[in-house]
Write a protein that binds this ligand. Structure first.
Ligand code: TRP
Length: 488
């Protein structure tokens, strides 16, 4: 993404005073992190997993696993300066470790493509709702009409396919052009706008009869409702929502200048990202409880609740249309960050031009996305990996397995393979914080992730992945130790 650098310069000449590189980095990273994960996914998986206790585990995962891994991933990117595969190759070589570390990058590229394939489908629902809202469809909509509206959309594969295509083309177009000039300026306005409109919605939510129950549902933890499967979902989501474990933050981190603090930038990203998710959750569950809807209604939750609010509140047409425009915008700034690592890999590794690479990959993910489109209608009863639809399988495999595994290996690399002075120089953490950080990264992060994987063995679903992951971890660790201690 050499263009990001270019656009930094362009922007900073325009707004030299306030537009520092650190600010742009944070904006781009927040743009990647804040997306459908916060607005669409977090509320519905919270609903499916019983609320409070799930939210608490998710917050714990963001703080104890997500934040340190985010810092590690940015560190790797800044030290390695390239696409994820290249970065891991370069760093492994420099630290005298196994070449196999580049598999970490491959895992990321694959996960990025798989996630993008369903991400554009869901973002497509947002585009459909944007046009619906603009045409006033949501005015005076009852709860029942809202849920029927979504059912009708989901039952129509051609319409879903059309919106999926529109989002894919937009994503490919932005990535192919490479230049982020307009995008970063836009982010500058859109992120505050998104926060603002969520506050407006919060104001509305407070006037409904469901507000108190919503807060109760989200923040009163009842651990008897929590299963190990739910813990895995909460952990996976911490990775998904922060855009970590894949290589996105590696690529973005490679453009983050040395004099800026990785720790404070990461903290910003995590705080804004969490805030957006919690706001969305409180708003949506207020609507759920005020209208007697089900908390665990699944992936349609956002789309079957908010139209009710926009139908009832004053200025609903305006806020509704703006809201769905912002949903689509937030999704696009995340979608490009899913495609970017693969494009930069094809570019660096095979010399394939950005346009060709983006179009080729876009076509592949579009094709796979057809499976997700059909998961909501014609293939509703076609199951993989137990009782999951194709969409659910893709989501489970990437979010709950590939991202945590990727993130864990990043942590292991930074904690165990990096020479102490290299890590210290790259991260420049305050001394006292640095010891705690390293202890957490060395022990808590890998043990907790493997522990959560292992606890899901009972359900039998993650068994093979855990075995492979544990074996690979052990193998890489032994090999890298052998190599780093070899004399000469
Ligand atoms: N974080 C985004 C969201 O919450 C999705 C996303 C973008 C992502 N880039 C990523 C997830 C990289 C994992 C890895 O919607």
């Amino acid at each position: 993404m050499p263009s990001l650098k270019l656009s930094n310069k362009v922007s900073s000449t325009v707004l030299r005073e306030t537009w520092s590189t650190k600010r742009i980095f944070i904006l781009a990273a927040v743009g990647s992190a804040v997306g459908l994960g916060n607005l669409w996914k977090f509320p519905y998986i919270t609903g499916e997993n019983g609320g409070g206790a799930f939210v608490l585990v998710y917050l714990g995962c963001v703080l104890l696993l997500g934040l340190p891994i985010l810092m590690s991933e940015i560190t790797l990117g800044r030290a390695g300066q390239g696409n994820p595969v290249h970065t891991m190759q370069v760093l492994a070589k420099r630290q005298g470790a196994s070449r196999l570390w580049s598999l970490l990058g491959v895992n990321g590229l694959l996960a990025g493509a798989l996630i993008l394939s369903f991400y554009t489908v869901i973002a497509g629902w947002g585009v459909a709702y944007f046009f619906d809202s603009a045409q006033g469809v949501f005015q005076t909509m009852s709860a029942q009409q809202a849920s029927e509206h979504l059912t009708v959309l989901l039952a129509n594969p051609l319409q879903l396919l059309w919106w999926h295509t529109v989002v894919t083309v937009l994503t490919v177009w932005i990535v192919a052009r490479g230049v982020r000039k307009g995008l970063e300026v836009a982010l500058n306005f859109m992120m505050p706008a998104l926060l603002l409109i969520l506050l407006v919605l919060l104001g509305y939510a407070m006037t409904t009869t469901g507000f108190e129950q919503s807060v109760q549902f989200m923040f009163a933890a009842d651990f008897s409702k929590l299963s190990w499967q739910a813990v895995l979902v909460a952990m996976g989501h911490a990775f998904f929502t922060l855009s970590i474990g894949l290589g996105t933050m590696m690529v973005y981190g490679s453009y983050f200048e040395r004099q800026h603090s990785i720790a404070s930038a990461s903290l910003w990203v995590a705080v804004v990202d969490t805030l957006v998710a919690l706001l969305a959750g409180v708003v949506i569950f207020s609507i759920v409880f005020a209208n007697g809807l089900a908390t665990g209604s699944g992936p349609g939750l956002l789309f079957s609740t908010l139209p009710i609010a926009f139908g009832q509140m004053s200025g609903g047409w305006f806020f509704g249309t703006l809201f769905f425009a912002l949903v689509v915008f937030a999704a696009l700034t995340s979608a490009i960050s899913l495609l970017e690592p693969s494009v930069s890999w094809l570019n660096q590794r095979f010399g394939i031009g950005r346009i060709k690479a983006a179009c080729g990959l876009g076509f592949a993910t579009w094709l796979l996305g057809v499976g997700t489109v059909l998961s909501f209608n014609m293939w509703q009863n076609v199951h993989f990996m137990g009782t999951r639809t194709l969409f659910e399988s893709l989501d489970f495999m990437t979010t709950n397995i590939m991202l945590p595994l990727g993130g864990m290996f990043m942590a292991v690399f930074v904690a165990w393979v990096f020479k102490d002075q290299d890590r210290a120089q790259e991260m420049a953490l305050p001394k006292r914080f640095s010891a705690v950080f390293l202890l957490n990264l060395k022990w808590f992060v890998p043990v907790a992730i493997l522990w959560i994987f292992a606890s899901n063995l009972v359900t039998g679903q993650a068994v093979w992945w855990v075995m492979i992951g544990a074996l690979a971890l052990y193998g890489l660790y032994v090999k890298s130790v052998l190599q780093t201690t070899r004399p000469g």
